[in-house]
Design a protein around this ligand. Structure first.
Ligand code: DUC
Ligand code: ZN
Ligand code: ZN
Ligand code: ZN
Length: 484
């Protein structure tokens, strides 16, 4: 049975035009005027865009003594409700666990997904086993991105020697390393000092992670990637200090991509000074929210192209879970939600304010990451042959964000009370209508794993550096006798 999306305006990363879209067997089979299909989806007055891709989620992740509360069922349901048709989650090995073991756990959890998904593999320790398994992960499992935490000392953090070793391994395999860039040593020092001085509330979390810890780690990761000859993707860029390092690297011809979150773009540090402990703790995430100057920097980066993709880092904890940290902010589970709200929030605060064009909006919510992850144009495109992952966005439809009506399993929403305009009329996941006239029609287990191959992107800047620094022993005469 074919479907046709009729009467809408197609918006892609580079084109805006009026045409119908014919879908058969989960794929786009024709684009043009006056198409006919068995089922008609009326897109009059709407934009027909590639479904959103959220490159950064943590669903049912064991973390800080608990599990994040949205799993692949509620998480991908929330994604679809907001026009996101693919998520990329992080398979996270526990201490002493191998990569393939961790991947098995993520395979098991993800069978409930409503929309397509892929994984990044986290490198949380370094050993010969990890080195060897990375090859299987890339070549057999189709996962070509490896995440490294430069923070969470004593838990997930890897040191510089491990970063360098893993980055070199990524270079050999054609894989791309990702970094959570915060200086974990300094964060640990600052946290201990704050606690010792009696600053144990959620605002202490923000004080313990100033922009400098992020700027320093971003610069360090860029230089280490440079020495390993590998591109770099920096997740959750929250501030000018980190953005500046990425901008500079890109100007120097390096493939370095930066990913701001919708939370950092639209919420600021004043949230941590709210008198209500729960309010502040619910917004504790790493990196923390910043001031307006940093927010402007992120928006400018999206407009100018120095920042590439908007994500959520969706890692949702209930108020009860957040309360593990009463009396000690370092025990508040880090994370906020946003899967359902990323598209409407970015449309409202980006396109609605004139900061982004609709085409730029599509680039940063879908197409850019599909290209970086090498799943374009199967994903991230409205083209014949692409998967029919489509959001039909009604620019006139509005709502006030509220936890009472959200899909997420938690009991609050960090965007509570925000008025958004630009909501999905239809959302299609591989041709299946998951949102019909604004109503949820999800199908558990419909989502499929998206296997990827290396894109061939390397950092060439390094080849000259390697030649310059290739060891050339100097032949010497007259070597002095040892000792005095
Ligand atoms: N930051 C968060 O806030 N949560 C999950 C992991 C992370 O890096
Ligand atoms: Zn992170
Ligand atoms: Zn994350
Ligand atoms: Zn199905």
């Amino acid at each position: 049975m074919t479907k046709v999306i009729k009467g809408g305006t197609i918006v892609t990363a580079d084109l805006t035009y009026e045409a119908d879209v014919l879908i058969d067997g989960g794929k786009i089979v024709e684009i043009g005027p006056d198409l006919k299909g068995d089922e008609v989806l009326d897109a009059t007055g709407c934009y027909v865009m590639p479904g959103g891709i959220d490159p950064h989620t943590h669903l049912e992740m064991p973390f800080m003594g608990t599990y994040s509360s949205d799993d692949f069922e509620s998480g991908t349901r929330a994604a679809l409700a907001g026009g996101t048709t693919m998520v990329v989650d992080f398979a996270l090995p526990s201490p002493d666990q191998g990569l393939l073991d961790a991947l098995q756990m993520w395979d098991n959890k993800s069978t409930r997904a409503h929309c397509d998904y892929s994984f990044h593999m986290a490198i949380t320790s370094w050993s010969e086993q990890i080195f060897n398994e990375m090859e299987t992960v890339v070549k057999e499992r189709g996962i070509t991105t490896f995440k490294h935490f430069m923070a969470y000392k004593g838990a997930l953090m890897v040191n510089d020697d491990e970063l360098y070793a893993s980055f070199q391994r990524c270079a050999e395999l054609g894989a791309i390393p990702l970094v959570h860039a915060e200086n974990g040593d300094v964060v640990a020092e600052l946290s201990a000092k704050l606690l010792a001085a009696g600053n144990n509330g959620p605002e202490g979390h923000a004080y313990s992670r100033p922009p400098q810890v992020e700027g320093e780690a971003t610069n360090r990761a860029i230089m280490i990637a440079d020495m390993a000859g590998v591109p770099l993707y920096v997740v959750h860029v929250s501030c000018e200090d980190s953005h500046e390092a990425i901008r500079r690297a890109r100007m120097m011809g390096k493939r370095v991509w930066g990913e701001p979150l919708i939370q950092h773009l639209t919420l600021d540090e004043s949230e941590y000074f709210n008198k209500d402990w729960d309010h502040a703790a619910r917004r504790v995430m790493s990196p923390p929210f910043r001031n307006k100057m940093h927010q402007d920097s992120l928006w400018n980066g999206l407009a100018s192209g120095s920042l590439s993709c908007v994500a959520t880092d969706h890692c949702a904890f209930t108020t009860d879970q957040k309360r593990y940290g009463v009396g000690d902010f370092t025990k508040i589970p880090n994370g906020t939600g946003g899967l359902e709200d990323r598209i409407p929030m970015l449309w409202t605060y980006g396109v609605g304010t004139g900061r982004l064009t609709p085409n730029e909006f599509v680039a940063v919510t879908s197409t850019n990451i599909a290209k970086i992850l090498n799943c374009y144009p199967t994903k991230g495109a409205i083209l014949v042959g692409a998967d029919a992952d489509i959001v039909v966005l009604d620019p006139e439809k509005s709502k006030t964000i509220s936890a009472a009506s959200q899909q997420s399993a938690i009991d609050y929403n960090v965007f509570e009370g925000k008025d958004v305009k630009g909501l999905p009329r239809f959302v299609l996941t591989r041709g299946r209508v998951a949102v019909m006239d604004g109503e949820m029609k999800p199908e558990e287990g419909h989502g499929k794993f998206v296997k990827r191959t290396p894109s061939g992107a390397v950092n060439k800047a390094l080849s000259s550096w390697k030649e310059l620094t290739a060891p050339r022993p100097v032949e010497r005469s007259g070597i002095p006798a040892s000792g005095v």
